[in-house]
Design a protein around this ligand. Structure first.
Ligand SMILES: [Zn+2]
Length: 231
């Protein structure tokens, strides 16, 4: 796999920069599955957690799954399709819902939460803090999306501190504008590659609204008394 152009853009010549790195992705929706294929194309190992099937209504925002994958379990199909992208890729999939009892499944260099589920965000945010793992959480619904990057031990607050500013509502209520998924996958992927390459990452809360077009970046402070990240 020739990563030369990517390495050039990151201003490094270290060809092994992503070797043996593992990223856990929670949720194989439009953002999660796009990020998974991006990482596999960079030689990064992935751990994928999703218990759902692929529904036809998700088709417009999916870049990984095909027509014949409709109604099949996402985790199983994703492994098959990603292995076709790179036969050397190390892909572990877990057909499970994340709970506090199986949070150990998140063990990796970076945890990415794309579930849009406050419950799963809370569990994964807490695990990231406990294990001091870089954490990226992205929510998307309708025309709005957010992305929070939290690096434990560095400046900034966790997903609990971001609170309602990280909430965009549900896809059930607001629908989902397909191009927004790809945009957010690009932002999440950029954060991951920068972090793994030892570069500075934006650890603020990014909020995107495509109607009207608006992208903002807000500092998230660690709230005094936060049960997760407060020292
Ligand atoms: Zn916090």
């Amino acid at each position: 796999m020739d990563l030369s152009l990517c390495l050039q853009s990151l201003q490094t010549t270290d060809e092994n920069i992503f070797k043996d790195k593992t990223v856990t992705i929670l949720g194989l929706g439009g953002v999660g599955s796009r990020v998974a294929s991006m990482l596999v194309r960079h030689g990064i190992n992935v751990r994928l957690i999703d218990k759902e099937r692929f529904y036809e209504r998700e088709f417009p925002r999916q870049s990984l799954f095909r027509e014949e994958d409709i109604s099949k379990f996402k985790a199983k199909q994703a492994k098959k399709l990603l292995e076709q992208l790179d036969s050397n890729a190390i892909i572990k999939t877990f057909h499970e819902e994340l709970t506090k009892d199986n949070a150990f499944l998140l063990k990796s260099d970076v945890i990415v939460d794309t579930t849009n589920s406050p419950k799963i965000t809370a569990i994964s945010n807490e695990y990231a803090q406990q294990e001091q793992v870089a954490y990226i959480s992205s929510n998307c619904a309708g025309m709005t999306a957010t992305m929070l990057t939290y690096i434990p031990g560095k400046v900034g607050g966790c997903a609990n501190c971001a609170g309602d500013a990280h909430n965009v509502g549900t896809i059930k209520k607001n629908g989902m504008f397909s191009p927004l998924s790809d945009l957010m996958a690009g932002l999440v992927g950029s954060q991951i590659l920068h972090y793994l390459a030892g570069k500075e990452v934006n650890n603020q809360l990014i909020s995107v609204n495509l109607e009207p077009y608006n992208i903002t970046s807000t500092k998230v402070e660690s709230i005094k008394g936060c049960p997760v990240c407060s020292p």
